[in-house]
Design a protein around this ligand. Structure first.
Ligand SMILES: *[C@@H]1O[C@H](CO)[C@@H](O)[C@H](O)[C@H]1NC(C)=O
Ligand SMILES: *[C@@H]1O[C@H](CO)[C@@H](O)[C@H](O)[C@H]1NC(C)=O
Ligand SMILES: *[C@@H]1O[C@H](CO)[C@@H](O)[C@H](O)[C@H]1NC(C)=O
Ligand SMILES: *[C@@H]1O[C@H](CO)[C@@H](O)[C@H](O)[C@H]1NC(C)=O
Length: 351
């Protein structure tokens, strides 16, 4: 069993090995420019691209526009993450739940639909836990310091925290300012932590106008936004902007950039409302495309026999909202166009 391998064979395999190493190394350096930027995503369904296996987002009619079947996105198609990734010229990062060692180069998406900064109505990983998971990957050297230094983080949060607050408080806004203060405080700690793990560019979304969500406007037949709830969002954003400014000051450079979902939702909705008024075949942007057939059902519901208990609008591409809580791909695309100038700010810092 100790038969010696002939020297020539050993030399040949050594050569082959060297050759392979050179080719691989060249492959790597050739791809360096693309490999440089990675996107790490934390938060909720506005940015989740498939982490929540047991949610409706993995059932029809989710995903009918893109990728053509349910993919765990809470939309008929692309969500904000996909557009941010395309802006950075990379593929949308893989959801952590679908982690594969071969697809780490675009970063990782830890966002989980229904979750928040604190514990929410669902039993998913809050943002702290999502960051813990990220930290473990760094400790395991899945991502290295240089990887992180050239990476970008996208953070979306707070909608579900408020949802829980209002459900628990019988829709009353009593005590909401105190809640906002503690929420922003925790969120700010989370942001700081992402930065201290080594990411130098972090985009955080401001809270959308929660009073315009179909869940808040169905009461008025989707005619107008709930101003009380929008004021809650404005106060939240006011505090968050202050917190972000303080963080940037502390660090001494503009690591944190905000994406203004509040004004981009409102201006998109206003412009679609004008179009709807001029041409009634266009959709009322406050009306969701996909709804349950009655209040006991929701978008994606089926009965015991598997029969559909929801309806989908004729042209999802003309809607702003996909369901009671989430923009459609068309909605996200319009919002993305309006936050592009802020995204340019994170790119610039790379120069
Ligand atoms: C997040 O969840 C973990 C695990 O359930 C919990 O220990 C932690 O307190 C939560 N963090 C916040 C900020 O609510
Ligand atoms: C708007 O939202 C507030 C807070 O949940 C609620 O008390 C109020 O009834 C809502 N207004 C309408 C017209 O639905
Ligand atoms: C619907 O609106 C009325 C006031 O117009 C309000 O009293 C009620 O609480 C609202 N219901 C919901 C579900 O917001
Ligand atoms: C109204 O919008 C529909 C859908 O986009 C379009 O096909 C139609 O030409 C428009 N009508 C007018 C009068 O602009």
């Amino acid at each position: 069993m100790t038969k010696q391998t002939p020297l020539i064979t050993r030399l040949l395999s050594l050569l082959l090995l060297l050759f392979t190493i050179i080719i691989t190394a060249e492959g790597t350096s050739y791809g360096t420019y693309d490999n440089r930027m990675k996107l790490f995503v934390f938060g909720d369904s506005y940015v989740d691209t498939g982490n929540y296996f047991t949610s409706p987002s993995y059932k029809l009619p989710y995903g009918i526009t893109f990728p053509g079947k349910p993919s765990g996105r809470f939309s008929d198609g692309r969500v904000l993450t996909d557009y941010v990734a395309s802006f950075l010229n990379i593929k949308s990062p893989r959801p952590y739940s679908l982690k594969k060692s071969s697809e780490l180069q675009y970063g990782m998406n830890f966002a989980y639909g229904g979750t928040g900064v604190f514990h929410t109505l669902i039993d998913g990983p809050n943002m702290t836990v999502q960051i813990d998971t990220f930290e473990k990957l760094i400790q395991q050297n899945v991502y290295t310091k240089p990887d992180l230094q050239s990476s970008i983080s996208l953070v979306s949060a707070a909608g579900n925290d408020y949802l829980k607050f209002f459900v628990k408080n019988g829709r009353s806004t009593k005590g909401v300012s105190k809640f906002t203060a503690s929420l922003v405080k925790q969120l700010s700690l989370n942001l700081k932590r992402i930065q201290s793990l080594g990411i130098n560019k972090i985009a955080i979304v401001l809270l959308e106008p929660i009073g315009c969500l179909p869940i808040a406007t169905e009461n008025t037949s989707y005619e107008k936004c709930n101003g009380t709830l929008n004021t809650v969002a404005m106060n939240h954003n006011h505090l968050l902007l202050q917190a972000v400014e303080e963080l940037n000051k502390e660090i001494g450079k503009s690591v944190f950039v905000t994406l203004d979902l509040f004004n981009s939702f409102l201006s998109t909705i206003a412009s679609m409302q004008r179009n709807h008024e001029a041409n009634s075949t266009l959709m009322n942007p406050l009306q969701p495309c996909c709804v349950g057939v009655s209040s006991s059902y929701y978008c994606g519901s089926v009965d015991e026999k598997g029969a559909k208990k929801y309806s989908v609008c004729d042209k999802p591409g003309l809607s702003f909202y996909w369901n009671n809580f989430h923009p459609s791909q068309n909605g996200w695309h319009a919002v993305y166009k309006r936050v592009q100038s802020s995204l340019r700010k994170i790119e610039d810092k790379n120069l």
